[in-house]
Design a protein around this ligand. Structure first.
Ligand SMILES: *Cc1c(COP(=O)(O)O)cnc(C)c1O
Length: 358
């Protein structure tokens, strides 16, 4: 049976990317050596790294006065690297769920944290808007897509202080006005590559604003100065990232990607809104294009386990909602094909008919 992969992360990668990665593991670039067994300081690998940086820059339209580097440790390592480098006195954080909460906890090791806005009052079902951003903050930190709760910023906000963003789960899903951010980062395992790789995009002026003496690996300048090669970078993940970037470019770049993502999410949200058995959990205007959360509608709550089994029997994988939200979450990342979303919609309709007929 065909599987429809809606895993939240690590998550689906394009077939062509997996095929090329499989080949490279056996024989990288016709060298007769595995990608996993070569030195990272070879021209073949440096070409991959440079191409990945260039493609990232091209696809996201990253201006020249920004650097991009790759480093291990996952997004969670940046939760403390960021305040270590830039939190001198007080930083502002917007609390939109688990991932921003975790970032707030780490920032408190380095200085004062002012939570300038939060959506915790309604279990993170919306994105706070119109909040005031004090001018005395070292930076403002947001998480643009809340993987667990399924909410997403739909605009790049204006900030009078340097704006930092965790884009782990919506990076390269849509165009972004990079100029509005001083730093953008994320883990790769949602939309780009396997786990263990983090990308960081940083505006040049920030590199001179590191606020304290730091261990070498924690200081952002180490990674910029050494072009992601201070130590051994995650070679395989960077290779896969580069293949994913080539795939996005082949589809027509971020405008095309965004259009496809709008279509896919539209299909599923329309069904959630139409089908009397289900309801969405997030305010409509803040609904994520990547992580689509829904629960059984009022009166049908008891049917949740049955729908889960029903969907599983039709090839749906990874649609169980996070335990903090319950219900269901279909992660429709870039690589999730439209056919999978259509299959899930058909499955919801079939379930509706079955319930109606008994
Ligand atoms: C998954 C995720 C993280 C954590 O990433 P790790 O690489 O596991 O540390 C952080 N932020 C967001 C928005 C995520 O979706």
């Amino acid at each position: 049976m065909k599987k429809h992969n809606f895993n939240a992360g690590p998550s689906i990668l394009p077939d062509v990317v997996l095929q090329n990665a499989a080949k490279a593991i056996i024989d990288f670039n016709g060298t007769g050596l595995s990608l996993l067994s070569i030195s990272h300081r070879t021209k073949d690998f440096e070409d991959v790294l440079n191409e990945a940086q260039a493609l990232f820059r091209e696809l996201l339209d990253i201006p020249e006065n920004y650097k991009i580097f790759f480093v291990g440790g996952g997004a969670s390592t940046q939760f403390f690297h960021i305040p270590a480098n830039f939190l001198k006195t007080k930083a502002g954080y917007v609390n939109t769920g688990v991932w921003s909460k975790k970032a707030i906890k780490e920032a408190k090791y380095y200085g004062e944290v002012q939570v300038v806005a939060t959506s915790e009052d309604r279990n993170f079902t919306y994105i706070p808007k119109g909040f005031e951003i004090p001018a005395d903050l070292d930076y403002l930190y947001i998480c643009t897509n809340n993987t667990i709760y399924g909410s997403e910023y739909k605009t790049d906000i204006d900030s009078p202080v340097p704006l930092f963003a965790d884009m782990s789960s919506d990076i390269l899903s849509r165009p972004v006005d990079v100029k509005k951010y001083a730093l953008i980062y994320g883990g790769a395992q949602k939309n780009l590559s396997p786990a263990g790789l983090t990308f960081v995009i940083i505006r040049d002026d920030m590199l001179e604003k590191v606020v304290r003496e730091l261990p070498t690996m924690v200081n952002v300048n180490t990674h910029v100065d050494n072009n992601s090669m201070f130590n051994t970078p995650p070679v395989f993940q960077i290779y896969v990232l580069n293949e994913t970037l080539k795939w996005i470019k082949s589809l027509g770049g971020l405008d095309a990607m965004y259009k496809i993502n709008l279509e896919k999410a539209g299909l599923l949200y329309d069904e959630i809104d139409r089908n009397p058995l289900f309801r969405g959990t997030v305010e409509k205007e803040d609904r994520s294009l990547m992580n689509i959360c829904f629960v059984m509608a009022e009166g049908y709550e008891d049917l949740a386990p049955e729908f889960m089994e029903f969907a599983k029997a039709r090839g749906m994988v990874g649609i169980k909602g996070h335990r903090l939200v319950g219900g269901f979450r279909a992660s429709c990342y870039n690589a999730c094909p439209k056919e999978s979303v259509e299959a899930l919609v058909a499955c919801m309709q079939e379930f509706e008919q079955m319930v109606k007929n008994r």
